[in-house]
Design a protein around this ligand. Structure first.
Ligand code: CP
Length: 331
């Protein structure tokens, strides 16, 4: 079993082995204390450059990648897509190739198209981090969620985790289902029938339960993870109205009472208070929503450290000779 993380890119959780995930989490744990220091900086990536290329809005992910890079002493550059030459018709690939020509050590990308990070990983030489691609994956979100669960529950193996809400359109749900089942948790998903797909067959045998009744998914759970309605990815009406969604599927204290008494509540953000979650729960004693955000910095420090020079990378895939000439020498 692979117990280190020697990949060139972080594109998703699905392809990772449990040992690689644990190595990422262990590395993140070592970085957590940096953010507690008076001077929140280590020289681990001094002289390296990280480019954040976000084609979709973000508060938590983009900021924490930037903070993570800066706490590792890397130079962090945020490309504002709305003021970039993308608005003049430049393609994703040409944009990435032009950024690559400036010798970054890592490109972090968020895009509405599932597979966009994989496309760049195949066509450029820079290490690529997927910061969320369509409804496909959001690997660093799942890692920070796992780090938070480990911090508060001491383990992941054997825990009952309920993921409720808009599973169909959620990249967070997919990455978490892959990660949590690989690490031995029992995962149940629940929500309106139209938003809970039956297409996770490969993980159903590996510890995933699909519940059509939202309350059944929560029953006895050690962790209750609530997801937002992803309206930006819905091309049809999946329920009559937000008001009805809030009445029937918004997490209220009476629902949480069905989970284990010491259950923790998580939400990746952004939250729609009064829709999928009541303020009483979001701000309650079981909520770890802001702890997740704190752990996001440590996880992204670990990912950047391992991909942009903190650990030997696996050999680059064969690329055209012209591209190879551009390859950055980390020695
Ligand atoms: N959880 C998450 O990805 O939040 P942002 O969209 O604010 O980055």
């Amino acid at each position: 079993m692979q117990t280190t993380f020697n990949r060139r890119h972080l594109l998703g959780i699905r392809e990772l082995q449990a040992g690689e995930i644990n190595h990422l989490l262990d590395t993140a744990e070592t970085f957590r204390e940096v953010s507690q220091r008076h001077i929140k900086k280590v020289p681990a990536l001094q002289g390296r450059t990280v480019i954040n290329l976000f084609f979709e809005p973000s508060t938590r992910t983009r900021t924490s990648f930037e903070i993570a890079a800066k706490r590792l002493s890397a130079d962090a550059v945020n490309v504002s897509v709305s003021t970039s030459s993308v608005t003049k018709g430049e393609t994703l690939l040409d944009t990435a190739r032009n950024l690559e020509a400036m010798a970054p050590d890592c490109i972090v990308i968020r895009h509405s198209m599932a597979g966009a990070p994989l496309h760049l990983a195949r066509m450029t030489n820079a290490p690529i981090v997927n910061a969320g691609d369509g409804a496909h994956e959001h690997p660093t979100q799942a890692l920070l969620d796992a780090l938070t669960i480990r911090e508060y529950k001491g383990r992941i193996e054997g825990l009952k985790v309920a993921i409720v809400g808009d599973i169909l359109h959620s990249r967070v749900a997919r990455s978490n289902i892959y990660l949590l089942t690989k690490l031995g948790a029992s995962v149940s998903v629940g929500g309106p029938g139209t938003l809970v797909p039956d297409d996770f067959a490969e993980v159903v045998d590996n510890g995933l339960r699909i519940e059509k009744r939202f309350e059944d998914a929560i029953e006895g759970a050690d962790v209750v993870m609530i997801l937002r309605i992803q309206r930006e990815r819905q091309d049809a009406a999946f329920f009559p109205s937000m008001r009805e969604y809030a009445v029937h599927y918004g997490l209220q204290p009476r629902h949480l009472a069905r989970a284990a008494p010491d259950a923790i509540v998580m939400h990746p953000g952004p939250m729609n208070r009064g829709v999928e979650i009541s303020s009483e729960i979001a701000d309650g004693s079981q909520s770890l929503i802001l702890d997740q955000v704190t752990n996001g910095v440590a996880v992204r420090m670990a990912v950047l450290y391992l991909l942009a020079g903190g650990s030997p990378a696996e050999p680059a895939e064969q690329k055209p000779a012209k591209k190879q000439k551009r390859k950055v020498n980390h020695e």
